[in-house]
Unconditional design. Sequence first.
Lengths: 518, 376
Amino acid sequence: MSVRVDRPQQQPQRVPPWRNVTFLKWAAQLVTLVGVVGLGYILVTQAQENLAARNIDVSFDFLSDPPGIQLAEGISTNPDTVARALFVGIVNMLRVTVAGIVAATILGVLLGVARLSSNWIVSKVATVYIETIRNIPLLVQIIFWGAVVTIGLPDIGFDTGPFGCTEEVDGCTGWLFASNRGVSMAWLFPADGFWQWFSLMLIGIYVSVRVYRWRIRLKEETGAETYSLTWGTLTVVVFAVVGLWIHPIMGFFGPIFGALASLFDGLPRIVVQLVLAAAALGGAAWWIKRFLDSRRTPAGLAKLTDDDIFRIGSTAVAGLVGVFIVFTFTSISSFILDAGRDFFEVAESKFDFLEAGAVFDFNKASLAKPGNFVNYGPTGLTMSKLFFPVFVGVTLYTAAFIAEVVRGGILAISKGQTEAGLALGLTRFQLLRFIILPQAFRIILPPMGNQYLNLAKNTSLGIAVAYPEVVAVGQTLYNQTGATIPVVTLWMLFYVSVSLFISAIVNFFNNRMKLVER
Amino acid sequence: MLKRLSALLVVLALVAAACGDDDAATTTTVAGTQATTTTAAATTTGGGGDGGQAGEGILAQVQDRGVLRCGVSGAATAFSEQQPDGSMTGFDADYCRAVAAAVLGDANAVEFTALTAAERFTAVQTGAVDVLIRNTTWTQSRDTDVGMDFGPTTYYDGQQVMGRTSAGFTGQSTLQDLEGAVVCTNAGTTTEKNITEATAALGVNITLNTFEDFNQVMDQYLAGACDAVTTDGSGLVGRKATQQPEGEEWVIFPPSPISKEPLGPTYLQNDSQWADVVNWVVFATIIFDENGVTSANAADMQANPPTGEIDRLLGGEGNLQGAMGLADEAFFNVVSQVGNYDEIYARNLNPVGLFREGSLNASFVDGGLIYAPPAR
């Protein structure tokens, strides 16, 4: 029997504000916010004042001016505006980055495995390579490769080799040319029908994955050997081969892209602005909803802490700021419209072939004499004397680091795993495929992403050999226009976007790969 | 990810706010800080900084200091070259000495400062140098926007192209002959813009490779990776004289340059007294040349002046130099210690193959552009 004791209900005492935890927390948050915003305001106004006093322009108006310069190589060598010139620089940077990432990954993985090889020569060659390359500054290597091309290789002429022209006349073709103007080689290029064939291949890969899974399921159910890998591979091959003749069936994408292009062309800007604004607000609302859901317990919504409320508030403000930006900077929306129209127009032209044509063009390199000087012709894959040192430099350098990452990942798998696998009677291949690599890959991926980021940023050293990537072009442009601060701002925005994009891809795979914890 | 995005948005918003109401913000700041701004302006225009008292001109500062601070290139063949022993020689360096001789009576009272193209105007604005004689082209924007004033042109230069005779170039070649060529030059210069404009106007297709400095350009050219190089004609002549290898013949074309590059002394704007001094030092060397007054015969000429003008310039009648704040003997010191225009030119530029005859730098009596107003 319990005695119910009526306690006198406690009167909520008035707590003075300086001892009220809630008040203090909010005050601290607000003071910090005001401090940060105020500091930012002071910095910006001070900078504006000083810049104005020195006649330094900080507006972005110069982007639509004619640049007055021409670029050594790129998608257009005579850009008509400063913005276009910078864009050519961006494309050049991405060109060397993508090529470098692919080449460095292949070379790096091979080297990393080679260094672990039980063959003494192979492992020592890999060791010497790695230890040499990664201990020399990249700038020195790029300058070295630049000197190799310009000084080490012979003058260009119709007799340029090593696998050059048979007849030394204008327009003659050969397999591989190396001269002080760069390297040009025979290459397989996508032809007219390529994109239609390629879209068919995407379907083929999807189907093949389904087939592969189906065969595996069958094996699990019946226990009989179902040759899942063979089935999957054969499906892709069938699609690839049959696709060579039937790829025009994908031509129906052409009119779809055409319709999208005219949609973007005719769409009033306000629609895009509204969509973007809705996306900003919707994104903020979605985040808040998800956040609240995470605070939900079986007993209902948990009490939100002040910190939670502050997070929700900041997200809402960020959404509103997004709306403000969309309606203040109308050029963002115009750019999206133009870019969308251009993209779909190009896409339409790629799906415009109703008869089965070549999917690939195999072109040999050529030498041409358009004026009074011999140079590489448009056929063939040409790495100019400016592109070559940057590409070779960043590839060899990053490959050395990737090799170490790979080696580290493989060595990190404990020896017990190998022994257990062998004890189970797995073959060496099965051991590698099912035991070592899946675990090693999980360790390798994050540092690999770092190496890709380094490679992307290291391409800016191309300025040393005058490769016209975005930093070199930007520097020339601000020398010509005086718009240093806007150009530097654009550089930073660009490199941040590229880096975030690369890490987003790596994180995506990393999330798929990591151990599922419950 | 979203948190990062929202942070980015906040930053963007700050930037946007800063850029968005540009005009409003500028107006308010100007109103709010008028006092500071004006003081800064006064310091800059009045004294050229460095503790110069307000209202004290550059001439008085130089005379008080007893040494002239002169900005030069230090790496321009025959114009201003730093010698291994640390001394500075060249056409521009000699004009620094001429100004020092006029102002201080001693041609060696010069402190040379080697400046890059990017530093040079800042050095004048902050008063780090009193006068800039650094093969600087007189342009409208530099004269107005950048806050410089320009003295009389001492050397009329122009952009040209240099190629090999083995590639079919001659001294009479034109820009059309560059069709299909790889042309190299420095990045971020007027040179780069000029060649772009000139070839675009003619519809000539070239590949332009631009490098950070001209030594790199020459390395590429020597290795055969460039078919031709382009910069100011005087620079090309200097490079040809020093770097042309045996068994190769380089030529400079087209005969009439593709741009105008008038080079001369540059100083801070709005100091008329200092401007007069620098200008008249240059004019005096030109007038002495026109009248045959040289460093060798200056003393004789001072004793027996052939004309009234020479008498006035060498410190005789009229007290013209005194009115400028200089000693009467100022220009006598210039010609006796440094020489007249022709002597300065011949001493520095003839060795690299630049001659006055037939060029724009001939005296006006010989059909050139070197001309000075009368000293009366």
